[in-house]
Design a protein. Structure first.
Length: 186
């Protein structure tokens, strides 16, 4: 199965949140806690030895997604065509009926539940509709620093290397998140 992946250049990201805002706008997500793409701010050190970095945190479309394995209603699937992990909201039991195992299983907290009691799980699906039209995900197109790229994981690895660690990110080999990094080093 081909696997799409994400490349994130942590050295280029300035934490402007343009990618996250573009995503929220594209999907008409209400103001509030649901964000398919979150930006984490990482600050370390004491003056004058300071370090700051940012981490784009969408769904990493794992090769062995833990969310898929624990979903009681089988609402989460992995697309054969491109390896993207998607959710069928019609099959999702919703926040009120489900123990939210998907959220608990994901080390990166990609599954999102809105504040409403009947909220269904939703998450980054890497703009698969746009990809099928030959376009890039909205976060990639919106990034003014060109810190994001989406493509076949093998191509990204050939182009950028095999680095799966970055500041603020923990790689779990058993899940195989489909992400390559250019990490910012202290």
């Amino acid at each position: 199965m081909p696997q799409l992946g994400l490349y994130f250049d942590q050295t280029r990201c300035t934490g402007c949140y343009t990618c996250a805002v573009a995503c929220k706008d594209w999907y008409d997500l209400e103001a509030g806690p649901v964000n398919y793409l979150r930006i984490r701010s990482i600050e370390k050190g004491n003056f004058p030895d300071l370090f700051a970095a940012y981490l784009a945190s969408p769904c990493y479309h794992c090769l062995q997604p833990p969310c898929l394995l624990v979903c009681p209603s089988k609402a989460i699937t992995k697309r054969e065509a491109d390896g993207l992990v998607v959710v069928d909201s019609n099959q999702c039991l919703g926040k009120k009926e489900c123990p939210q195992k998907c959220l608990k299983a994901c080390p990166w907290k990609a599954p999102q539940f809105g504040p409403a009691a009947e909220a269904k799980m939703q998450k980054c699906e890497l703009c698969w509709e746009r990809l099928e039209e030959g376009r890039q995900p909205v976060c990639v197109e919106a990034c003014p620093m060109f810190a994001l790229e989406v493509g076949p994981l093998e191509e990204l690895q050939r182009k950028y290397g095999q680095t799966t660690e970055a500041e603020g990110f923990k790689y779990f080999k058993r899940f195989g998140p489909a992400v390559i990094f250019k990490p910012k080093r202290k």
